[in-house]
Design a protein around this ligand. Structure first.
Ligand code: ADE
Ligand code: ZN
Length: 347
């Protein structure tokens, strides 16, 4: 069995992947064409070149262009189903998929269209590809005035498709000067509703931002969180309270959060016994997917089979997957395998 086949066979959960950021250039061009929109690059190959941005600002600009392709119910549905097709091929059984509803509401797309597209997509993802999705609806950190409406959107989605919402998040540009109180109040309401708190923090700002996510937002996990290393007390808090980091190494390298994979803080975070899960963030935009993330970590950090299994297990254990699915995945992961350990050489 090749290393890729071994990784594919493991029952995986992906806990940090954005729906808008998972749109491939091919699908984006298809949606743009049917909605009469123009995209940078002109065709799929040109757009793929535009995916090679050099800064977080350029990345967000491209992200917003691609996001505009979601106009009709079928657009959101097709994007969800295409992600599920790729997830199924990688052996991903469950994912928490982030979506930023207010980006689309602000362009005049109705909540009804978005709810319907997401619900149809989730249903087809399960039926056609056997992949279970739950949503994370995130607020753009620089738009705290959208926080309450984001929580309203999440409550509306949950009413329409019961159990489909895992939590609420915070994304977009990160800096210490953004006021967090309005987002904090909205998160209080979301948590009272039973939604998990799943903010990005410690990606483009430091430990103080992660402390705010933990203390004010009651974070159940942290998106990225790689700058936790700056503060030993924070490392201890994350470890003692089981707050897992959703680490996305290729994203961090693409956006300059880490200078290279070899210099990525993931091994140091693991050495401090902070719980970590592995994810792809915006896979086509960073030239990656979940299997590639595992392969790159094996190559860069020399992970052995036990380490790979521990990271896969953490993804399941720190997820908000339905309990029966979670138990099934954990049981399958514990089955003795006849596969060889992952070698450092590419299969
Ligand atoms: N939205 C999509 N990807 C993101 C990232 N890496 N950081 C913050 N917001 C995002
Ligand atoms: Zn993200």
């Amino acid at each position: 069995m090749s290393r890729t086949a071994f990784l594919t066979a493991l029952p995986k959960a992906e806990l940090h992947v954005h729906l808008e950021g998972s749109i491939t250039p091919e699908i984006a061009m298809q949606l743009a064409r049917r909605n009469g929109l123009a995209l940078p690059g002109g065709d799929a190959r040109g757009l793929r070149e535009a995916y090679a941005f050099r800064s977080f600002r350029d990345f967000l600009r491209l992200y917003i262009c691609v996001s505009r392709c979601l106009v009709e119910v079928a657009d959101a549905r097709d994007v969800v189903v295409d992600l599920a097709r790729r997830h199924a091929r990688m052996g991903v059984r469950y994912a928490e998929v982030t979506f930023t509803p207010l980006t689309h509401r602000a362009r005049g797309i109705s909540a009804e269209v978005l709810w319907a597209g997401l619900a149809e997509g989730r249903d087809e993802a399960q039926r056609m590809h056997g992949v279970t999705y739950r949503w994370v609806f995130d607020v753009v950190r620089s738009m705290p005035q959208q926080a309450e409406a984001t929580v309203d959107f999440a409550i509306g989605m949950d009413a329409r498709d019961l159990g489909s919402v895992a939590g609420v998040g915070v994304g977009g540009p990160e800096a210490d000067h953004y006021p967090m109180e309005a987002i904090g109040r909205a998160f209080d309401r979301a948590r009272a509703h039973g939604f998990a708190s799943l903010p990005h923090a410690g990606e483009n700002a430091g430990a103080a931002s992660i402390w705010t996510a933990v203390r004010r937002l009651g974070a159940d996990r942290i998106g990225h969180g790689v700058r936790a290393l700056e503060d030993p007390a924070l490392l201890q808090h994350l470890r003692d309270h089981g707050v897992a980091l959703e680490v996305c190494p290729s994203s961090n390298v693409a956006l300059g959060v880490a200078p290279s994979l070899l210099e990525h803080p993931l091994p140091a975070l693991m050495a401090h016994r902070v719980p970590v899960t592995l994810a792809s963030d915006d896979p086509p935009m960073f030239g990656t997917d979940l299997i590639a993330e595992y392969e790159r970590c094996i190559d860069a950090f020399g992970w052995d089979e036990e380490t790979v299994r521990a990271v896969v297990r953490a993804g399941i254990e720190h997820s908000f997957a339905p309990p029966a699915l979670r138990d099934e995945m954990l049981a399958e992961l514990s089955e003795p395998s006849s596969s060889p350990p992952p070698s450092r050489a590419r299969a």
